[in-house]
Design a protein around this ligand. Structure first.
Ligand SMILES: [Zn+2]
Length: 186
């Protein structure tokens, strides 16, 4: 199984652990236990090389009970429902980098205001706008990503590490060259 598949399965497990999603509303008492055992099973599958976990999982668990929070785009005032806590996790990474003296910032904005999708499109979503000013740079480099793996790679790169650990998996930075080019502009 590829690292991408592994990350998908572990991301599904992580999402389950926070979403409060439920397969059977009639079995609320057992719900937490079932969810926990499902998370364990998912994690177990990663070790066994399973590949087709996502579709079956999605049938039962794609809809969380309620959104985490509502978010209003600061530029256009558009309202969005936030279903996961990835921005919190990414903000924690940014805070660690700031504490080490790096000039970094992350903020939420909608994709239309970010110019990532046309204004006339019917679709819209939140993206994370990342700003970085290298010590010798005059201007901020701007990147857009909602993928926490990109931010872990970024943290490792700015710390001078050549790998990072996410969900118990060690990933060499050399595998994330494209993500780093996006995030750091180099
Ligand atoms: Zn907007």
């Amino acid at each position: 199984m590829s690292k991408g598949d592994k990350i998908k399965i572990l991301a599904a497990a992580a999402a389950l652990s926070v979403s409060g999603a439920s397969c059977s509303r009639a079995e609320n008492d057992n719900n937490d236990m079932e969810k926990q055992s499902l998370i364990e099973k998912l994690k177990g599958l990663v070790g066994k090389g399973a590949k087709t976990v996502m579709p079956e999982m999605a049938m039962c668990y794609e809809v969380p009970a309620q959104p985490n929070e509502e978010f209003t785009c600061p530029q256009c005032g558009g309202l969005f429902y936030v279903w996961d806590n990835s921005f919190e996790d990414i903000s924690a990474i940014i805070e660690r980098l700031k504490a080490k003296g790096h000039d970094v910032k992350v903020e939420r904005i909608c994709k239309k205001c970010a110019g990532l999708i046309p204004k006339e499109s019917n679709d819209n979503d939140i993206t994370f706008k990342f700003s970085y000013k290298a010590p010798d740079a005059k201007e901020y480099h701007i990147a857009y990503s909602t993928n926490i793996v990109d931010f872990y790679a970024l943290e490792a790169a700015l710390n001078g590490d050549d790998q990072f650990v996410i969900w118990g998996d060690s990933i060499p930075l050399s595998e994330k060259a494209d993500a780093l080019k996006n995030m750091l502009g180099r």
